[in-house]
Every structure is written in C-alpha cells, then in structure tokens.
Design a protein around this ligand. Structure first.
Ligand code: FAD
Length: 365
C-alpha cells in the first residue's frame, strides 16, 4: 500500500507494538490513518520483530505480551493465545487483525534509510520492495523502530579469528542447525536460557557463559518490582543521553516451571566469561579451553537509530536524550518503545503519552 498523502502531519516509523499503539491513539485523537499520519514499516508482514523470531519461541510466562490498546474490541487477548503455536505466528496474526480492524493503513515494506531537515519540514526517505526510493515531508516523526535490527556483540580478543559460526539471537532459527556440534552460548537473559533448553540433547557439547552471575527470581513470572527498577535505570540513562543498560541486568530471570526443572537437572550453570576467542574455540584467563563449532551471542540489542543520524540527535555520552518519549534536542521527534518503554507494556504506555504530545506539538505549529 502507498501512502495517500506525501505530506502527512505525522510519520510513524515502525509497525511493531510501539508503532501500533501510537497509531491507535493518534486515530483516537482525531488523526486519519494514511492521510494525517502514515506508518512506514520495513517488515515483510505484520508482527513487528516478533515475525522474525525463532520457531520454538512461545507466548507464555517467560514471554508475556501485553494486549495492545483497544484489542479487547476484537475479542483477542494474548493471555489466551495458543501456546502450541510459535509466538511469531500468533503475534503476526493478532497484529494483522488489529491493523485491519482499526484500518491503520500501514505502508510495507518501507525501509526508512534517512530522516533529515529541509526548511521547516522533516523529510523521511524510504525504499520499497522494488528498491525504489520515496520521500514524505512531515511536521512530526515518531520513531518506533525497536532494536531487533541492531544486534549487539561485545568485542573479545581473537573474535575475528574464529573459524566456526558466530551467530546472534537475531540469526537463530532452530536447534537442528547445531545437531552434534559443540556450541557456546553467551548471555544471561531469558533468550540465552531458552536456547540452552532447546539445544540440550541435540548438540554434542553445550557450554554456557555469562558476563555476570545469573539472578534466578523466586517468582515464576517477571517480578514487577524488579521490572520497575530496570525501567527506572533505562529512564535515567535515556534522560541523560547515555547508552541504554541491559534490561535483564535489572530484572533477573523468572523461575518458570521449565526453568526450575532445567536448574534441577544441572543444565543452567553458567561459567564466567571467557577472555579470548581462538580459531576453534574459546579460552579463559586461567588457560582453560573449550572447543566450539558455534558461538551463539545472546548479548542483546541496541536501539535502531541509524536513519536519524542527519538530525544529529546523538549525544557524546552515546545515546539520545529522551524524556517521556520526546527528544530533548528536537521537539518534533518522538521515540516510542525506547529505553524505559522497551517492553510490550511500556510500548502501550508510550502510545498514549506520545500521541497526546504529538497533538499538542501540531497545534503549536
Ligand atoms: P519491534 O517489534 O522491533 O518493531 C519495530 C518495527 O520497526 C519492526 O516492524 C521493524 O520492521 C520496523 N523498523 C525498524 N527499523 C525500521 C526502518 N528503518 N524503517 C522502517 N521500519 C523499521 N517484551 C515483552 O513485553 N514481553 C516479552 O515476552 C518479550 N520478549 C522478547 C524476546 C526477545 C528475544 C526480544 C529481543 C525482545 C523481547 N521483548 C519482550 C521486548 C520486545 O521486543 C518489545 O516488548 C516489543 O515487542 C517491542 O516493540 P517495538 O514496536 O518497540 O519494536
């Protein structure tokens, strides 16, 4: 679908949970999708980053997805989602129904590669499926691009010399790819733990390393108080324009029944981080060596902001300064799902908060 207007008042970049939530509230506050505001999304289909996640990932207690605002009107709730189906299918299907029900007219695939200033306008340039470039001029941009497109792998000496396969969470498809291989999983979050449980019994050797000790919570679902502390850490960093800390370092890992069983059978014992990578494995400070055919880096993501570079919003501290979803350097640019909002519940909150601010900004132009 192409946008009906080449100068919408608002362009939303990204059609995941955050972009959909902003769109819902913009519509509710009187803006017409496709004309007053246009949503551009790079994804081939609906589902935000969820459509690209691995087959075995399920919606459940370790991965709890909050309902989008107004989703109850469709008779849908993630709490009752089919746990036998891959999360990628469930979420893509729910989002598709949601987009259709609210007639959000999302333009996809539309890969935004540049946002810049021209006179008083913001110019959003994107590429379509055929590789043709288009541009929209607009008054306000809401960036809701998530993190999936910006995987983070920390640097270790010898990293480039590794002759096996390096892959990140975002590249993982299924345990079968690693049958009878020796695999080192790096990371201390729920994704790393999920991979260990999937790879167990399939690979020939499985080694888990983490840069910090794992804190297993007593609860079987994410502890909201610990969650609030993690969100506060994110907020503090975003307001100071610093690079964002890892979410999981502030929340700990919930002890679901599956995770408790894995702890009980001795699977979830992490070694400290290795100190270097060699062509055929990894080595610790004390000289210990582990052969590896693959290193799976479950080491998180960074916000995807490359396309905003011409706006020069980045601070020397490494991040962008964002308070309540709004850029402090440029009042026409908003960030939905950034930092403290980087969860499905945060993305929902962002929607309401940002849509109201967008309307206020437009009325002052
Ligand atoms: P995304 O879902 O990433 O959507 C961003 C959209 O922007 C995508 O559709 C993408 O195609 C598009 N986009 C990106 N760049 C561009 C561009 N340049 N041009 C155009 N479009 C672009 N949160 C939870 O609340 N519960 C969970 O259980 C949970 N599990 C998670 C598991 C994993 C493995 C990971 C990595 C994250 C998890 N999260 C979870 C966090 C989760 O990603 C967020 O909660 C939420 O789904 C993010 O929504 P979003 O809209 O901000 O980002």
């Amino acid at each position: 679908m192409s946008p009906a207007s080449s100068h919408p008042q608002v362009v939303v970049i990204g059609g995941g949970q955050a972009g959909l939530s902003v769109s819902f509230y913009l519509k509710r506050l009187g803006l017409e999708p496709g004309t007053d505001f246009v949503v551009l999304d790079r994804g081939p289909g609906t589902g935000g980053a969820w459509q690209l996640r691995w087959e075995a990932l399920r919606v459940g207690s370790a991965h709890r997805i909050n309902d989008l605002p107004g989703m109850d009107a469709l008779g849908l709730t993630f709490d009752e989602a089919d746990r036998t189906l891959p999360a990628k299918e469930v979420v893509a299907d729910y989002y598709r129904q949601y987009e259709e029900f609210y007639d959000l007219r999302i333009v996809r695939p539309a890969d935004v590669h540049r946002v810049s200033n021209r006179d008083l306008d913001l110019v959003v340039e994107y590429t379509d499926a055929q590789g043709a470039t288009h541009e929209l001029t607009t008054d306000v941009v809401v960036n809701a691009t998530g993190t999936w497109g910006s995987p983070f792998i920390p640097w270790y000496p010898g990293l480039d010399s590794f002759a096996g396969r390096h892959l990140h969470t975002s590249d993982y498809e299924s345990a079968d790819e690693f049958r009878d291989r020796s695999v080192v999983v790096v990371g201390g979050g729920t994704s790393a733990i999920g991979f260990l449980m999937e790879l167990e019994g399939v690979v020939s050797e499985l080694t888990w390393v983490s840069r910090r000790p794992i804190e297993f919570l007593d609860e079987s679902e994410l502890n909201l108080e610990a969650g609030a502390a993690a969100v506060a850490m994110q907020d503090e960093a975003a307001r100071a324009g610093r690079a964002l800390p890892s979410i999981v370092s502030g929340t700990g890992v919930p002890r679901t029944r599956r995770i408790q069983a894995a702890i009980d059978r001795g699977l979830l014992v992490a070694k400290p981080m290795f100190s270097s990578v060699e062509p055929d494995g990894v080595r610790w400070e004390d000289g210990t060596f582990q052969k590896a055919d693959a290193i799976l880096w479950s080491t998180g993501f960074r916000p995807e902001l490359r396309h905003l570079a011409p706006l020069k919003l980045r601070e020397k501290e490494g991040g962008v300064t964002v308070g309540n979803g709004s850029s402090w350097k440029d009042g026409r640019v908003f960030f939905a799902g950034y930092g403290p909002q980087a969860s499905t519940i945060g993305a929902n909150r962002a929607g309401r908060q940002i849509a109201r601010q967008v309307i206020a900004t437009l009325s002052n132009l």
